[in-house]
Design a protein around this ligand. Structure first.
Ligand code: ADP
Ligand code: MG
Length: 323
C-alpha cells in the first residue's frame, strides 16, 4: 500500500489492483492499476484537493468535465471518475498508455528523425483538430503530456539497420537496433494527448479565454502579454514541440532559474535555427516551425493550415485525410 493512499485503499482495492506509480505532479499521483471488473489495465490519477486553492479545484473540475466529453484515438480516454468518500481526493480512471511520455524518448534518443517527428506531430495535430473543432483549447501541449503506445517490432536486416542510423558526426547517433518498428523508430506507435488540467471549453469559436496560465518556455507571446488568447496558443506549443523533437532542445530556454528572459524572448519570437544542429534539418521542416512560431496569432498557422502543410504530408500523400 502506498502511504498517500493508505486511507483510501479499501475504497479502491475491491475493484482495482494498484501497481507502480507512473507519474507525480504538484497535486496528483498517477498509478498503473488493474481493473478486475473490466479486466484491463488503467491509469488512476489521484488528485489531492486538500491543499488546493479554489481556482486549482475548479481547474480539476474543468479537466474532468472536458475529458468526459472527448472521444478520439489520439486523446487519453477518461473512463470514469469518483471522489473519495471524504471528498479530499478525486480519482480519475484513465485509459492506460503503456509507452509513457514522448519526453523520455527524446531524452533517450537525443533527437528524432524527421520521419519519426512527422509520425508524432501528425497524431498531435489530429487530436488538436478534434479539440479545436469542438471549441476546446488544450493550453499545455508539451512532450511530458504526449504519451505513446509502443509500436510493433519487426526484425530487420543488417543493411536496413545501417540505413536507419542518422548521418551524424557526433557521438549521439541514433541506433535503432535490430528491429524495424512499424510507423517510425524509437518504438512510438499511437500518440495520445494527456493532461487537460489547463484546458478551457470555449463558449463560442471566436471568444477568447483570458486566464494567464500554461508552461513557461512553451507559452505563446500573447499568453505572456495577458491580453486574451485563443486556439492559436496550441499551435505555438506544437511549434515548440516540433523544434524540440528534431534537435533535442527547445526553441526558448534559459540556463538560469529566471523565467523573465524566456518571457522576453518568447514575446519577440526571438529564437534561432541553431547551427550545427539544424544543418541536417530540411527546409520544409524549418519553414513549418517558422509558421507555427509566428508571434502574431492572426498570422500563425491554424490547425487546418498545419494539416495541409507540405512537410507534414510527406509520405502520407496517398492517405485519405483523417480528421
Ligand atoms: P500533471 O497534472 O501532474 O502533469 P498528468 O495527467 O500530466 O498530470 O500525469 C502525470 C504523468 O503521469 C504523465 O506525464 C505521464 O507520465 C503519467 N500518466 C498520466 N496519465 C497516464 C496514462 N493514462 N497512461 C500512462 N501514463 C500516464
Ligand atoms: Mg502533465
Amino acid at each position: 500500500i502506498h502511504p498517500e493512499l493508505a486511507d483510501y485503499y479499501s475504497e479502491l482495492h475491491t475493484r482495482y489492483l494498484l501497481s507502480d506509480k507512473i507519474g507525480e505532479g504538484a497535486f496528483s499521483y498517477v498509478y498503473k492499476a488493474y481493473d478486475s471488473k473490466d479486466c484491463r489495465y488503467l491509469a488512476i490519477k489521484i488528485i489531492d484537493k486538500s491543499n488546493m486553492k479554489p481556482d486549482q479545484i475548479s481547474s480539476t473540475l474543468k479537466e474532468v468535465a472536458i475529458m468526459r466529453h472527448l472521444n478520439h484515438p489520439n486523446i487519453v480516454k477518461l473512463y470514469s471518475y469518483q471522489n473519495s468518500s471524504d471528498s479530499k481526493y478525486c480519482f480519475l480512471f484513465l485509459e492506460y498508455v503503456a509507452g509513457g511520455e514522448i519526453f523520455n524518448q527524446i531524452i533517450k534518443y537525443t533527437y528524432f528523425s524527421e520521419n519519426l517527428t512527422r509520425h508524432i506531430i501528425r497524431q498531435v495535430a489530429f487530436a488538436v483538430k478534434y479539440l479545436h473543432d469542438n471549441g476546446v483549447v488544450h493550453r499545455d501541449i508539451k512532450p511530458e503530456n504526449l504519451l505513446f503506445e509502443p509500436s510493433t517490432f519487426i526484425p530487420r536486416s543488417k543493411e536496413d539497420q545501417l540505413k536507419a542510423r542518422r548521418k551524424s558526426d557526433d557521438d549521439n547517433k541514433v541506433d535503432e537496433g535490430q528491429f524495424t518498428i512499424q510507423n517510425g523508430a524509437a518504438g512510438i506507435g499511437i500518440v495520445k494527448l494527456a493532461d487537460f488540467g489547463l484546458s478551457t471549453l470555449l463558449q463560442t469559436s471566436n471568444s477568447l479565454a483570458k486566464t494567464p496560465c500554461g508552461t513557461v518556455g512553451y507559452t505563446s507571446p500573447e499568453q505572456h502579454m495577458n491580453i486574451g488568447y485563443d486556439k492559436k496558443v496550441d499551435m505555438w506549443a506544437i511549434g515548440c514541440v516540433l523544434y524540440t523533437m528534431v534537435v533535442g532542445f527547445p526553441p526558448f530556454y534559459s540556463n538560469t532559474q529566471d523565467s523573465n528572459d524566456i518571457t522576453e524572448k518568447v514575446m519577440k519570437g526571438d529564437y534561432q535555427f541553431l547551427k550545427p544542429w539544424f544543418d541536417e534539418v530540411s527546409d520544409g521542416c524549418t519553414n513549418l516551425i517558422s509558421n507555427l512560431l509566428t508571434v502574431d496569432p492572426a498570422k500563425r498557422y491554424s490547425i487546418e493550415e498545419l494539416l495541409s502543410d507540405p512537410w507534414i504530408n510527406i509520405g502520407y500523400e496517398s492517405e485519405k485525410r483523417v480528421d
